[in-house]
Design a protein around this ligand. Sequence first.
Ligand code: SF4
Length: 480
Amino acid sequence: MSGDSHAYIGFEEYTAHIPASIPSAVQQATSRFVGGRAARVAELPQFEELRQIGSDIRLHTIENLDYYLSRLETAVQAAGGRVHWAATAEDARQIVLTIAKEHNVKLAVKSKSMATEEIELNHALQAAGIEALETDLGEYIIQLAGTGPSHIIVPAVHLKKEEIAALFSEKLHINAPADPVELTRIAREILREKFLSAEMGISGANFLVAETGTLVMVTNEGNGRMCSTMPDLHVAVVGIDKVIPDWESLTVFLKLLARSATGQKLSTYTQFISGPRRSDDEFGPKEFHLVLLDNGRSEILKDPVGREVFKCIRCGACANVCPVYKNVGGFAYGWFISGPIGAIFAPQMLGTPAARELPYASTLCGACAEVCPVKIPIPTILRHLRRRVAQGDEFSPAAMPAAISAISGLASLALAQNWIYRFGTRLLPFMMSIFKRDGWIPTAPYPLSRWTKARPLPPFTAGFRQWWSDRSNSRKDTPR
Ligand code: SF4
């Protein structure tokens, strides 16, 4: 079940080398969002009811996707747009490249789009000699840095203003101050020129309204409007899961999205695009193309548990509250969508053999499910995918490394048989003493080396019962 998609790097590889600055930058930003969300949610007494309605609408839509996609296609065409179906990432890239070549495009301006990250469109455009310029400030920063996004809605959340200033100074050959207002001004000045000269604008979409064929873009910077109205050609690349039935549904999602994402009542710009410019319109592209991307989604839809991932409205709230994400940052997930949603999305899109660590990149604390505006049961899907990794199912074979499977089998035997457990608790301290240095185990043989690559292992000192009894005795002895 794997689509041809954004390359996966590997959770384990990355977590061994997390730069110290990332957790602090991420925690600062996510704490702000969590506070903002709590305040906005408290102002809306019907928020819980809206979450349920949002969840029901998304589930209903993905269960009837054929119907809504066909309705969407008819409506987009009626509004003068063209619809292209892309079964794979390669198909989507070729569709966009063909359109670009037909229009002799040299420069494309892009607004933030996870679908174009997924198909690695920028690389394909650049390989074809077309400059693809990101115009969302965060995306512009990471494009200069040559990395992917580390958060769904704040792609450069891992960078502090001093690091961005250093990046601008190096890449733009200027002396950039560590002042957010000034940095924004510098980026805006560069991008304005590009908006005026680009032949093609590329975007994604937050929602596609099937009823009228309308593409909805929710942004805070206004760059989406520039990309979709200044050039004569607008191409939107959107996953088939982004369709919603009608405008009534949209009102529910607009109430949920900004509150959950940035703690705003409404984002600064909400743009509705129904086809290209009409003859009496002052602005807008002469051509509008909608590329609908499958790339493995139809397969995932066959799994009644896993498919709930497509209810996602990409708000990022699950990442903001996730204790794992906040300590390792987005790059650790190795894919362009990170955090809890990445941990359930990537293994399904890429297949569990390719991303088998991600369902385990969670404490299963449930904080993500508590804040998810469309009630995706993330911990349930994580457990479902863990089972797939360990045992395999109709969608994918087991993908657990043999050594870990063997150790899990031994552990389960030991926990079921008291005498094996007792024997093991005597044997383990002896075996571990071979590797002990200054009270820690800095390097251990495989599979424990997977842990010691990142940090030393505390030595095993006693069985649980012994540890509990020692702990209780020491508490009794402590004067209160
Ligand atoms: S899973 Fe839920 S909380 Fe996470 S990004 Fe998607 S909609 Fe937002």
